[in-house]
Design a protein around this ligand. Structure first.
Ligand code: SF4
Length: 245
């Protein structure tokens, strides 16, 4: 049973998450806490929760940062919620991702742990030991993308990659504007790059610009994103309380 503080964190004022999704989100939080909180408490010291780190021209919100009591190594924990089964493809996508590389580089962590849970309460985890040359890989990637962004920064519309209009199995929310050439013309300021902005930019530069104009990203908020946000907020509140009270 989740406390009123956790429930308030999960559903801030104005939350429109329907009742059936709330039930799923709360079950997912309870399942994660039952599986991992006691183990984490025993093995790690608390460093930070849901904190936005910025360095090297990039930034990222790290779900949970802990320090191994024995080795003193910093460990990034990233929660992954999914509606799908946590299969080999799920695993490989995360292992291949630049997200863990960026997060590890941001805080100089030695390990990144992905912990996944889906609506059926299936759970999986992936532990990645960060290689010593990780910073080279990350900085090369950032340099390349930042050079590309520099090239378009004075344009009021960025290049369109129409091959990405149905990425993730659904129509891009900016599709009609792109088809009608009615997108708002606006030069956007370049700011430190987040992992999702990096992904957006590589997928379609114009999509990245549109999301910068619409910072809440309302146009792209799916049901699963809303549940994921509630689960993250609930876990952040619980870990903060458990380690610091
Ligand atoms: S912004 Fe969206 S609709 Fe427009 S080209 Fe890019 S992916 Fe396609």
């Amino acid at each position: 049973m989740l406390s009123p503080e956790v429930i308030s964190a999960m559903y801030p004022e104005g939350s429109t998450l329907p009742e059936w999704d709330r039930e799923d989100a709360e079950k997912m939080v309870e399942e994660v806490v039952d599986s991992w909180l006691a183990l984490d408490y025993k093995k790690y010291d608390f460093v930070a929760v849901e904190t936005d780190y910025s360095a090297y021209g990039m930034h990222g919100v790290i779900d949970l940062l802990l320090r191994d009591k024995e080795s003193q190594a910093l460990v990034v924990i990233d929660w992954k919620t999914s509606k799908n089964t946590l299969d080999a493809t799920w695993r490989q996508r995360l292992v291949d991702s630049y997200q863990w590389r960026m997060y590890a580089h941001l805080v100089n962590a030695q390990k990144v742990i992905y912990r996944g849970i889906n609506r059926k309460l299936e759970k999986k985890f992936i532990e990645i030991e960060v290689p010593k040359d990780n910073y080279i890989v990350v900085e090369r990637q950032l340099l390349g993308i930042n050079l590309m962004r520099e090239g378009v920064k004075n344009l009021s519309v960025w290049p369109l990659n129409t091959q990405s209009c149905y990425a993730f199995g659904r129509q891009c929310p900016y599709y009609l504007d792109c088809q009608g050439d009615t997108m708002p013309r606006k030069v956007v300021e370049l700011t430190p790059l987040s992992y999702s902005q990096m992904q957006d930019f590589l997928l379609c530069p114009e999509r990245c610009r549109r999301r910068r104009i619409d910072p809440q990203g309302k146009g792209e908020d799916s049901e699963e994103t809303s549940i994921g946000r509630a689960v993250h907020a609930g876990l952040a509140e619980i870990y903060q309380q458990a380690f610091t009270l």
